[in-house]
Every structure is written in structure tokens, then in C-alpha cells.
Ligand binder design. Structure first.
Ligand SMILES: NC(=O)C1=CN([C@@H]2O[C@H](COP(=O)(O)OP(=O)(O)OC[C@H]3O[C@@H](n4cnc5c(N)ncnc54)[C@H](OP(=O)(O)O)[C@@H]3O)[C@@H](O)[C@H]2O)C=CC1
Ligand SMILES: O=C(O)C1=N[C@H](C(=O)O)C[C@H](O)C1
Length: 249
């Protein structure tokens, strides 16, 4: 058995917080040293690592508090950050180690590589890229964090930044589709856990790459694996590609 470590759960009353609690409680090598939710305080110094699925504001505040005291390490799963909030997390990662990912599933992290590969090989003048995602009715951000990661992978495959390629949502009469752009569409309905599709379409053929989450616990298991990985690291901003060893030279 690996060495025992102390974990905290931020947002523990939420859908993901409850899933993370279940995964941690089942592990013999983890002591849950702090659980906190909105409006609650906790002694974060008791933790080697905190797993956070809350809100962008709460995640940034937690990262700043942890950075101020030089720990604990963080695993951040919240989505919907602004560019300014992303910059705050990068600043905090100069003082502590953070794994941040819009999706902790193995399948999605493999899909990211496939999307980059396809985007690089399919000529942007001929092949349009459209990303669609579907989630439960309580999800507040759109496009999903995963959809944006897939968009970034597609943009990277085309040696560009997503900020330059992301098209505005289609609405009303706005003219023909601009070639080379990456489109996004969202569905919010019922209890859908998380569906993502990346469609590459030319005049002659359509290639579809997709992922379905069947149970929310898969994100929790990935986040706990990330916690075990990051807890001994000192500083830096990492993602699941690092945790899974997909980014080695
Ligand atoms: N990366 C991934 O793999 C995944 C990411 N997510 C993302 O995780 C986030 C949470 O999702 P989900 O669990 O479904 O959402 P929920 O709304 O069910 O849970 C969020 C929890 O965070 C709490 N919270 C709010 N503010 C704070 C704070 N300051 N400190 C601590 N806790 C706080 C909320 O409390 P209250 O309700 O009282 O406001 C709530 O209990 C979302 O951004 C979602 O997109 C979700 C699934 C997978
Ligand atoms: O809010 C959710 O539920 C999910 N959010 C993440 C996202 O924004 O991509 C990951 C997953 O799809 C579930």
C-alpha cells in the first residue's frame, strides 16, 4: 500500500464533491482531513492536497489562500473560468502545485490527442470542425470545460490559438460559415452526465469522434488519481495529460 496522505474536499456537498467523498472514503491510504462548502471555513493546513469541484470564484480564492501559505497542492475541476481567473491560477501555481482539468476521464484525455491528430491532418480550408456537448439541466457554464479543451486541441492541431478560431454561436442571418473556424453548440437537458462530439466535415465525408460519460464517479476517480500524483510536487500548473504521462517528450 502507498503512503497515507491527507486530503480535503472543496464543494463537498455538490454533485462532484459527493462523488469524490465516496471514492476517498473507500481508499485505505487517504485520510479526509477537511470537507468544506460555500460559507464554511476549514483548516487547509491539515491537508497535503485538496480536491476542488466548486465554482471559478471559489477555486481562485482557494488557490490564493493555498499559495499564500505555500500549500497544500490542489486538484481543480471547476469549469467556466475567465481569462483573468486563469491568470490568477497560473500565478498561484508559482507557489504551489496545481492539477487543473475540465475533465478527469481517461477517455476524454485520449480523445484530446485524437482530435489534435485529426485537426492537424485535415486541411482547414476543406474540413470544418464543430464541437457539440450535452449536459444536465443544472450545469451553469457553456461551452463546457471539456468542449473548450477539445477546441484547444483542434486549434493546436492547426498551429493556432482557440481564441483566434472560435466562432460566435450561430443565431439569425449571419452569412456563410467562415472556413477554418471552430464552432460550439450546447444542449442542457435532464440528468445527462456529459456527452462530447467533435465533428470534422468536408464536402465529401464526415468524421465524428465522441465520448459519453456513463457515471459521474469516473471524474471523481480521475481527480483522486490526480491528487495522489500532485501531492508530492512543489509548484507548477499541470493537467491530466501530465498525470497520465501523455505529455512526456
Ligand atoms: N473537471 C471535471 O472532470 C468535472 C468538472 N465539473 C465541474 O465542477 C464544478 C462543480 O460541479 P457540480 O459538483 O456538478 O456542481 P454543484 O453545484 O453540485 O457543486 C458545487 C458545490 O460547490 C459549492 N461551493 C460554492 N462556493 C463555494 C466555496 N466558496 N467554497 C467551497 N464550496 C463552494 C456549492 O455550494 P452551494 O450549492 O451552497 O453554492 C456546491 O455544493 C462545475 O464547475 C462543473 O462544471 C463537474 C464534473 C466533472
Ligand atoms: O458540469 C458537469 O457536470 C461537467 N462538467 C465538466 C465540463 O464542463 O466539461 C466535465 C463533465 O463533462 C461534467
Amino acid at each position: 500500500m502507498s503512503a497515507i496522505f491527507h486530503a480535503g474536499i472543496s464543494g463537498y456537498r455538490g454533485r462532484m464533491g459527493r462523488a469524490v467523498s465516496q471514492v476517498l472514503d473507500a481508499r485505505e491510504d487517504v485520510v479526509v482531513a477537511a470537507r468544506f462548502d460555500w460559507g464554511e471555513t476549514a483548516d487547509i493546513s491539515l491537508c497535503d492536497v485538496i480536491i476542488d469541484f466548486s465554482t471559478p470564484d471559489a477555486s481562485v480564492a482557494l488557490a490564493q489562500a493555498a499559495a499564500e501559505r505555500g500549500g497544500p497542492a490542489l486538484v481543480i475541476g471547476s469549469t467556466g473560468f475567465t481569462a483573468e481567473q486563469e491568470a490568477e491560477l497560473m500565478k498561484a501555481a508559482e507557489k504551489i502545485a496545481i492539477v487543473k482539468s475540465g475533465n478527469f476521464s481517461l477517455g476524454v484525455n485520449i480523445l484530446i490527442g485524437l482530435v489534435q491528430h485529426a485537426a492537424q491532418r485535415l486541411d482547414a480550408q476543406d474540413w470544418d470542425i464543430e464541437i457539440t456537448e450535452a449536459h444536465h439541466r443544472r450545469k451553469v457554464d457553456s461551452p463546457s470545460g471539456t468542449a473548450l479543451m477539445l477546441g484547444e486541441a483542434a486549434a493546436e492541431g492547426r498551429f493556432s490559438d482557440l481564441a483566434d478560431l472560435q466562432s460566435k454561436p450561430y443565431d439569425g442571418v449571419q452569412g456563410e460559415r467562415e472556413s477554418g473556424k471552430i464552432g460550439f453548440s450546447s444542449i442542457r437537458a435532464g440528468g445527462i452526465i456529459g456527452e462530447h462530439t467533435v465533428l470534422f466535415a468536408s464536402e465529401d465525408e464526415v468524421l465524428t469522434l465522441s465520448h459519453s460519460a456513463i457515471d459521474r464517479s469516473l471524474f471523481a476517480k480521475g481527480a483522486v488519481a490526480a491528487a495522489a500524483w500532485v501531492r508530492t510536487r512543489k509548484t507548477g500548473l499541470y493537467d491530466m495529460q501530465d498525470v497520465l504521462g501523455f505529455r512526456q517528450a
